[in-house]
Write a protein that binds this ligand. Sequence first.
Ligand code: ATP
Length: 242
Amino acid sequence: MKQNKKTTVKVKDLCKNYDDIQASNNLNFEACQGDIIALLGPNGAGKSTLMNMIAGYLAPSSGSIEILGKDIAQFPLFAKENIGFLPEGSPLYADLSVYRFLRYMAELRGLKKDAVIKAAEIANINNVLQQKVETLSKGYQRRVGFAQSILSNPPILLLDEPTDGLDPNQKDYIRGLIRQMAQDKTIIISTHLLEEAEMVCNRIFVLDGGVIKAQGTLKEILNLTSCNNIAEAFRKLTRQEN
Ligand code: ATP
């Protein structure tokens, strides 16, 4: 099924060190159009570090990342133009209204008002457009961040804990959107919600200590670990030695 899908992200021998901490240790993988990849792993496993490097917010210590066939070190603008990124935490410029924030982010990308209207509609935030970002609940801030990430309708979306803080209805809504949008995109999400990875994603990467311990479909991960469910496989792959 994957053969004729376009490779969109290629990560090769990727490493990131912070002094003596190896946050990413020789990561290798390819992602294609249509992929929804879940990055799973305990706190400090290196999920955000990997996303920040693919988004171009963090320089690798070594190794390379290609976006649509172009190395991001050589073509950083091209990479940014083709990636939408929802980082961990709240959106920047919290003292702006939601509309001004999105309009500003759109202008930075050379996009018109229509892009803001469309993204706000998709992220279901029309009722808070005039409210200051900093006065919104955590869930709404997350949705504003999500709207920001899809402004340019990019082919690659990186979503760091996209449903963190959302109520159950909004979780369902965003998960449905992710599935729908993935038909012509590559979407990489990080999550601590194992059921989210199982429900939404067609590939799962389990990281621990900066290393990809296992990658594949849910079925492949369960076969590899001889486990019956993802929670058991996660525990097995990320168990600390006593
Ligand atoms: P979480 O699930 O808690 O969000 P994570 O899997 O996203 O964790 P990272 O935030 O990528 O993990 O962190 C990976 C490792 O790199 C951790 O040991 C962390 O302490 C370290 N680290 C991350 N950022 C820095 C930094 N700026 N300086 C030093 N160490 C850092």
